[in-house]
Design a protein around this ligand. Structure first.
Ligand code: NAP
Length: 294
């Protein structure tokens, strides 16, 4: 193995520490701590863990955490009412509705009801449009984390060839916009891309957001490239034990890449840290204060 391993846990811990400091300064100006509301509907075990972790991380750094756990029988109208109440609540700066929602609820209707000023997930069309137009707004957390990881090993991304594999609204597309804002030369690849290995081999910066275990092979990587693996895939090994792997064949890729983020311990921890950072950004914007120094 020759690649530097990008330690997402350590970089996320640094960001959380900065958010804690900036959060205290902001709290003094606001006269209250910045507040994050997290809404969970139903009892999906993975979602329960995510929501618990987000609430714990908020409290640890001094944010006010508002947790709403609703039964799986909650109707779309009831959830809409809660989202509208939270959108109007002056103590709350960020609202996150944990996905997936039960099949009886249309996620688009719920996400569209979140005030764009409190949309700390950055999924609303308004924030997506602001990102695409280079205007200030709230960008999605996982792509923000990916750019921070890349910046941890490359002081500037300007002029680098970046390839993003995956074009979802929550990862691939916003990530491409953030990379463009960093002055990288960006290619977005997807399931219809011809000769994907050759496209990936052009990349100084390769981002994999596909959702297919170990799909990107070692011989797709340009020697010395920075590889950021966004995938989270649970697989069962030959001995019957289940484990989480990324979208990149880590061992193969680490022999060729200059730097690579592992799964777990890479992008995952950054997502929550960036959510906390976005809550501060939202609080500052809502109060017309200058953005926190993060
Ligand atoms: P998604 O909505 O399913 O999108 C997957 C993308 O991969 C699509 O654009 C698809 O192309 C592309 N793709 C699928 N098969 C391909 C192939 N054979 N060749 C090239 N491209 C292919 O997934 P997502 O929500 O973006 O998530 C992607 C991965 O990131 C998942 O493993 C997810 O669990 C993980 N994730 C991690 C975090 C985190 O915090 N670390 C957060 C979010 C997501 P088409 O558009 O052509 O179908």
């Amino acid at each position: 193995m020759s690649a530097k391993i990008i330690d997402g846990k350590a970089i996320a811990a640094e960001l959380r520490a900065k958010v804690a400091v900036e959060g205290r300064l902001l709290a003094e100006k606001l006269g209250r701590p910045p507040g994050l509301a997290v809404v969970l509907v139903g009892d999906n075990p993975a979602s329960e863990v995510y929501v618990r972790n987000k609430a714990r991380a908020s409290v640890e750094i001094g944010l006010a955490s508002f947790e709403h756990k609703l039964p799986v029988t909650t109707s779309e109208t009831e959830l809409l009412e809660l989202v509208l109440t939270l959108s109007a609540d002056l103590k709350i700066d960020g609202i996150l509705v944990q996905l997936p929602l039960p099949a009886t609820i249309d996620p688009a209707r719920i996400l569209n009801a979140i005030s764009p000023a409190k949309d700390v997930d950055g999924f609303s069309p308004l924030n997506a449009g602001r990102l695409a137009s280079g205007l200030p707004g709230l960008a999605p957390c996982t792509p923000l984390g990916c750019v921070s990881l890349a910046r941890s090993v490359r002081s500037s991304l300007a002029g680098l060839e970046a390839v993003v594999v995956g074009r979802s609204n929550i990862v691939g597309k916003p990530l491409a916009q953030l990379l463009l804002a960093e002055n990288a030369t960006v290619t977005i690849a997807h399931s219809k891309t011809k000769n994907l290995p050759a496209v990936c081999r052009r990349a100084d910066l390769l981002f994999a957001a596909i959702g297919k275990p170990e799909f990107v092979r070692g011989d797709w990587i340009k020697p010395g490239a920075t590889v950021i693996d966004i995938g989270i895939n649970r697989i069962t090994g030959p001995e019957g034990k289940s484990r989480v792997v990324g979208d990149v064949a880590f061992r193969e890729a680490a022999k060729v890449a200059g730097a690579i983020s592992p799964v777990p311990g890479g992008v995952g921890p950054m997502t929550i840290a960036c959510l906390l950072a976005n809550t501060l950004r939202a609080a500052a914007m809502r109060a017309s204060l200058s953005p926190p120094n993060l």
